[in-house]
Ligand binder design. Sequence first.
Ligand code: MG
Length: 159
Amino acid sequence: MNRIGLGYDIHRVVPGRPMILGGVDIPCPVGPLGHSDSDVLLHALMDSLLGAAALGDIGQHFPPTDPRYAGISSLELLRSVVGLVSAAGFRVENVDMVLVAEQPKLAPYAETIRETVAEVLSVPVSRVSVKATSNEGVGPEGRGEAISAQAVALLRGQP
Ligand code: MG
């Protein structure tokens, strides 16, 4: 049986913080504030995977109050989420992510992000999509105050 899940995340951005998106370190004058590496793409992706398996959300599995998760790579958290999802009897069919940000431009890094995510999900790159849009100058993303991401995941139940 197939299951679909949705994920969303938003982080404020400030000058001088690393910009890590989809597990890839991207040169950028601003970066997201947060407890972990604040990788909005992977945070949205993890919530979509957990949502599809009805396993709660990342705040529940990796509480921001827990010092074990301070500064942790979201790729490590994604590995844990994949473990939870497969323990529940699912495998990933495909995922799709969209970044909403005025900067950085994602296109030059999209292939590296797809490869990085596909490796952790143990799926071919053709099953991982990432894209980006600006917010046309409006809203917190458009004003450059924040970046956000949305993701959907389709899981297939193992017979
Ligand atoms: Mg987050």
